[in-house]
Design a protein around this ligand. Structure first.
Ligand code: PEP
Ligand code: MG
Length: 599
């Protein structure tokens, strides 16, 4: 959504004040520079730039001193052990009805344990190369040879080698970065994964700025959910910011200020004060009903990823939790997929905190840009083994989660929802597994909500087109506009270069939303929207006009969204929605909405 990013005009409830000690300590040696990017997570922070190297520069990094070599060898051995253990675990849990997956993983395990490759990597490290550099050098050489082979099977082996290399590098990188983060850091990186964001958050990162990534990427969503201000998509970032520079990140306007002048600092301090005043004013909306100016009731839920989010959402008057992205638990823990009992504990806490209001727990949406150790890297992950596809392959992971959710459902306020559904077939396979889990709990005498509602997320064009069929089987539908936009418009949500194509106002997306809403209405199945579009400053009227009655938004956007709902006339919104659907571009639709607002 290029013109009006969803959080631009909303408040953050955790604005960080500029530390007084710091404000008197501005560098006069360097000139102030202001760089503009895309605002990806609101809030204003000041701190010190920490540069996260690109993979290439890691490879070319300085030679190690002799006394650093034993530690580097140890780091490599640990990464090797961990990757090998993980691969074995995945092989064990791989579905037995799909032997091909087992064979691929076994081939990767053999590559990982190849003695000559391991010896080569060790030799490189002993010669003073970093573990990452050593791994890349050995694997790249082997891969190049294989890619030139005449035999197709050998050429395919190059893909396995690349997978194993990436697995090792991912582990090495995380460990290395984790230990290099000083206090007051604002990260400057080419891009960050959601798990890195979580990792650095725990290392008390204040904010981050990247060259790549999209507003609807999971990295941005994660940043918003943990209230870490960020700006993305700044070109030539590394030419303009250097390690140790004092910087301000304005996550509202998408601005990075490098070496600010005292007057710039003052301006930001005032801005923080103004935002706080606006936030206080909005608080009055918490207790007001969520209805349009002509009395149409709208259900306003929150997307919550932590117990604190649930508390904040309830305080802001949310009518329930419309989305819990459970994979955040995986990123937070950093130790792979949590056990059934760890999950049950967390889901129960969420359900108890929200009681009697509903909590919608979404099954792990792993894969795509939410990569974790143990997932095979794919060349086109958004179209690969992601969400429900991953769960249908990793049956144990799926069953553990289903049982944990069921066991947390005893208060009858838990709903379970499946991500990345593409049609009836995968949805029904999932329903079958859920039924089996219920039977096994019954057999063990464990109580749960026998009628726990099961919902399908509508995130792919196929699911939207088949919504009438899904509505016949699901208890509710929830439209994930982030993915629906990505897949409908073929615009990668994490690729800043196609950000202008990623536009939820595009009539193709709006028509699909309308189709889903109508399918739900015919089957009397509730349809909600839980993607970022639900909180967009200009989307409220459009969505209400299309017949949407349930919205789920990030906690910090709840009050602003409610304010907009209360200003909207549902009758008027309906009358203009038909007209909007006839326009041919998202930009035209936004222009028309702006014109209507000015009237
Ligand atoms: C979506 O796709 O809109 C959604 C809510 O899911 P996620 O952003 O986690 O992919
Ligand atoms: Mg999604």
């Amino acid at each position: 959504m290029p013109e009006e990013p969803p959080l631009l005009d909303s408040d953050s409830d955790k604005l960080s004040a500029i530390p007084p000690a710091w404000s008197g300590n501005v560098s006069t040696r360097r000139r102030e520079r202001q760089l503009t990017g895309i605002p990806s997570s609101p809030g204003i922070v000041t701190g010190t730039a920490v540069i996260i190297e690109r993979e290439r520069s890691l490879r070319k990094s300085r030679r190690l001193e002799a006394d650093e070599i034993p530690d580097e060898l140890h780091r490599f051995e640990k990464a090797l052990q961990k990757c090998s253990r993980e691969l074995m675990e995945i092989i064990e849990s791989a579905p037995k009805d799909s032997p091909a997956i087992g064979h691929i993983l076994e081939a990767q395990l053999m590559i990982l344990n190849d003695r000559s490759a391991i010896a080569g990597i060790r030799r490189n490290i002993e010669d003073g190369m970093s573990a990452e550099g050593a791994v890349s050098k050995v694997y790249d050489a082997q891969e190049n040879n294989l890619r030139m082979a005449r035999d197709e099977i050998l050429r395919e082996r190059a893909v396995d080698l690349e997978n194993v290399k990436q697995r090792l590098l991912a582990y090495l990188r995380n460990k290395r970065l984790k230990h290099e983060l000083p206090a007051n850091s604002i990260l400057i990186a080419p891009s960050l994964t959601p798990s890195q964001v979580m990792l650095f958050h725990e290392e008390s990162m204040l904010g981050f700025v990247t060259e790549m990534s999209g507003i609807a990427s999971h990295t941005s969503i994660m940043a918003r959910s943990i209230h870490v201000p960020s700006v993305i998509g700044i070109k030539h970032l590394f030419k303009n910011v250097h390690a140790g520079d004092k910087i301000i990140v304005d996550g509202f306007a998408g601005i990075l200020v490098v070496n600010p002048r005292p007057e710039t600092l003052l301006k930001y301090q005032r801005r923080i004060g103004d935002l706080e005043t606006k936030r206080k004013k909005l608080l009055k909306f918490a207790k007001l009903p969520t209805e349009t100016s002509d009395g149409a009731k709208i259900k306003l839920y929150a997307n919550a990823d932590s117990l604190e989010d649930v508390d904040a959402s309830l305080a802001y008057g949310a009518q329930g939790i419309g989305l819990v992205r459970t994979e955040t638990m995986v990123f937070r823990g950093g130790e792979g997929i949590p056990s059934e009992s760890e999950q049950r504990k967390w889901y129960t806490q969420l359900a108890e905190r929200a009681y009697p209001l509903p909590v919608t727990i979404r099954a792990f949406d792993l894969g795509g840009d939410k990569w974790i150790d143990g997932l095979a890297p794919e060349s086109n992950p958004a179209l690969g083994v992601r969400g429900l596809r991953y769960l249908l392959q990793q049956r144990k992971v799926f069953r553990d989660q289903i049982k944990a959710v069921l066991r947390a459902s005893t208060h009858r306020n838990v709903r379970f929802m499946l991500p990345m559904v593409t049609g009836l077939e995968d949805f029904q396979r999932a329903l079958g597994i859920i039924e089996k889990c219920k039977a096994s709990l019954r057999k063990s005498g464990i109580s749960f909500d026998q009628k726990m509602p099961i919902g399908a997320m509508i995130e792919t064009p196929s699911a939207a087109l088949l919504a009438d069929q899904l509505a016949g089987k699901a208890d509710f539908l929830s439209i994930g506009t982030n993915d629906l936009t990505q897949y409908t418009l073929a615009a990668d949500r994490i690729n800043v270069n196609v950000a202008s194509f990623f536009d939820s106002f595009n009539p193709a997306v709006l028509r699909l939303i309308k189709m889903v809403v109508e399918a739900g209405r015919k089957c009397d199945v509730p349809v909600g929207i839980c993607g970022e579009f639900a909180a967009h400053a200009a989307s409220t009227g459009v969505l209400i006009g299309l017949g949407v009655t349930d919205l789920s938004v990030a906690p910090e956007t709840l009050l602003e969204t409610k304010r907009r709902i209360r200003k909207t006339s549902a009758a008027h919104a309906r009358s203009i929605s038909q007209e909007l659907l006839q326009l041919s571009e998202g930009s035209e639709i936004r222009k028309r909405i702006r014109a209507i607002r000015k009237k």
